[in-house]
Ligand binder design. Sequence first.
Ligand SMILES: Nc1ncnc2c1ncn2[C@@H]1O[C@H](COP(=O)(O)OP(=O)(O)O)[C@@H](O)[C@H]1O
Ligand SMILES: [Mg+2]
Length: 213
Amino acid sequence: MPAKAITIAQQKGGAGKTTIAAQLAVTFAHQGRKVGLVDIDPQGSLAAWYDIRKMLVDEAGGGITFIQASGWRLATELDRLRRGVDLILIDSPPHAETDVRIAVRAADLILVPMQPTPLDLWATQPTLDMAKKEKSAAVMVFNRTPPKGKLVDAVRRKIIEAEMPVAATVLGNRVAFAASLMEGKGVIETNPRHTATKEIKALADEIAGRMGL
Ligand SMILES: Nc1ncnc2c1ncn2[C@@H]1O[C@H](COP(=O)(O)OP(=O)(O)O)[C@@H](O)[C@H]1O
Ligand SMILES: [Mg+2]
């Protein structure tokens, strides 16, 4: 069966798309899945991470096949990749360009990271609308979540009231997520017992459950 795909999308820059794409890719790879990681962001920050990974972890990418694709090649490259891996993760740029639409359409699940603040919640709507239009299931995930607070609870309540889909797992504001990327790794490799690792594993499990993986 061709691999299922997850697209990480959010029009707001800095929401954590690239961080979560790399962290989830490593986490799923550690479960023994062959992971395909796709960067459609011309900024190419995932490519830089993957180059370091090939140098410091393993020449073959440590369980992850990486491709950078955009424009007319994107749909074909995705189809080809689907036949060679178990699961695909697609990182996307912050603007609603054609490529993002293709990636959203191709995905079985759209993961929409957001900081739990009103501005970030409002900024998320266009991405959810796009997912709906392309008939792809979407789920928001709180990222860089402060330890506790009324604001986080209030934002979650608003989301639930609006019957918008939100992951039960939340990711905290943790330097380990960024620091591990410096070494071409994920937190599961650099800090196996860290809270960040528990969080990303829980998110991977929740996603796998939602997608029937
Ligand atoms: N959970 C987190 N905890 C701490 N820092 C984070 C977290 N998620 C993202 N960051 C940091 O936030 C910044 C933006 O993240 P990035 O993944 O590049 O967002 P995007 O791809 O959506 O623009 C980066 O500096 C990254 O290291
Ligand atoms: Mg990014």
